[in-house]
Design a protein around this ligand. Structure first.
Ligand SMILES: Nc1ncnc2c1ncn2[C@@H]1O[C@H](COP(=O)(O)OP(=O)(O)OP(=O)(O)O)[C@@H](O)[C@H]1O
Length: 307
């Protein structure tokens, strides 16, 4: 569902004093859900806050729905929803009042009661913001970002600290937004979240986008898969290697536990099982481990996502 970019960032540079937080970053996000991943300090928040119009680019170009997020902020405001990690909420106000207030600022808001129900906020409507739990504050911030039916919504770590049920509810809401044609820019530390929700993933490291593409493409393009099997210890791996394509590896990790590395496709699997048959080996527990976004991320950045 790619179309005209909803966000286009070209050669963005952002500095905090002598520190370059964003270093010539290029990012194009189309319709659908774009997940922005990166280790701590990679420059995600700075980039997203620049797109939201909270920061002025030191150099480079930022366009959101074709507009300049600082100079054309008033035209963008009704069209864009922003969920911040914290802040922006008067802590003495009641949760439902706040949501209704935000809804009234928009021409065609979502049904507030349905949204409250949906996000499991029914029991805390009359509670003031400061008395809500962290997870409830988080869900309220999400509700406030989407209640105005924006064309584009920025969600900054929307499920950080949520329990599994609230996390599911948030994912379902994001899926529904997408189905309604809302574009979503989602920063997250959760690979599974990106894999589940995103049409496109941008991996940021040290202030630059180091890879971007649909999750399945990024995973395919990353390091190759691994095939593991168990058999009797001490198999003749030199013989197995001869049967395999030239760029494959074969190791006995512990006695009887084998790993074949390389481009693991159905043909390779067949080659290994045929070799086993020819050598009287009954392979047990054969598994092909698909590379996950986490593997690709580690390979590209050398860092744990939460590192
Ligand atoms: N207000 C600030 N003053 C000085 N340095 C800052 C400021 N905000 C961010 N930085 C620095 O800029 C770099 C990028 O920070 P940013 O918050 O954009 O990263 P991030 O990818 O969002 O990280 P995280 O995943 O931890 O939220 C970091 O080195 C950070 O220390």
């Amino acid at each position: 569902m790619r179309s005209e970019p909803v966000v286009r960032v070209e050669n963005l540079v952002m500095r905090y004093g002598a520190k370059t937080a964003v270093d010539g970053l290029d990012l194009v996000a189309g319709a659908g859900v774009t997940a922005v991943l990166g280790p701590n300090g990679a420059g995600k928040t700075t980039t997203v806050e620049t797109c939201e119009g909270y920061r002025r680019a030191h150099s480079g170009t930022v366009r959101v729905l074709g507009l300049d997020p600082v100079r054309e902020a008033s035209a963008l405001r009704p069209r864009v929803g922003v969920m911040l990690q914290s802040g922006g909420v008067y802590s003495g106000a009641r949760a439902d009042e706040m949501l209704r207030h935000v809804a009234r600022l928009h021409a065609h808001p979502l049904d507030v009661d349905a949204l409250i129900e949906r996000l499991g906020l029914g029991s805390c409507g009359r509670t003031t913001y400061r008395r809500l739990s962290g997870g409830q504050q988080q869900r309220l911030a999400l509700a406030m970002a989407v209640v105005g039916r924006p064309e584009l919504v920025f969600l900054d770590e929307p499920t950080a600290g949520l329990d599994p049920q609230a996390r599911r509810a948030t994912w379902d809401l994001v899926r529904d937004l997408r189905a309604d044609g809302v574009s979503v820019i989602l920063t997250t530390h959760h690979m599974d979240e990106a894999e589940q929700l995103a049409d496109d993933v941008a991996i940021i490291d040290a202030g630059r986008v180091v890879a971007q593409g649909p999750p399945e493409e990024l995973c395919r393009g990353g390091a190759e898969n691994t095939l593991r099997f168990s058999g009797r210890p001490g198999l003749d791996l030199a013989s197995l290697l001869k049967a395999l394509p030239a760029d494959c590896t074969a190791d006995e990790l512990t006695p009887g536990a084998y790993r074949v590395g390389g481009k693991v496709d159905p043909q390779l699997l067949a080659t290994v099982t045929t070799w086993c048959a020819q050598h009287g080996v009954m392979p047990e527990r054969i598994s092909v481990e698909r590379h996950t976004l986490e593997d690709v991320f580690l390979e590209l950045t050398g860092k744990e996502l939460r590192g």
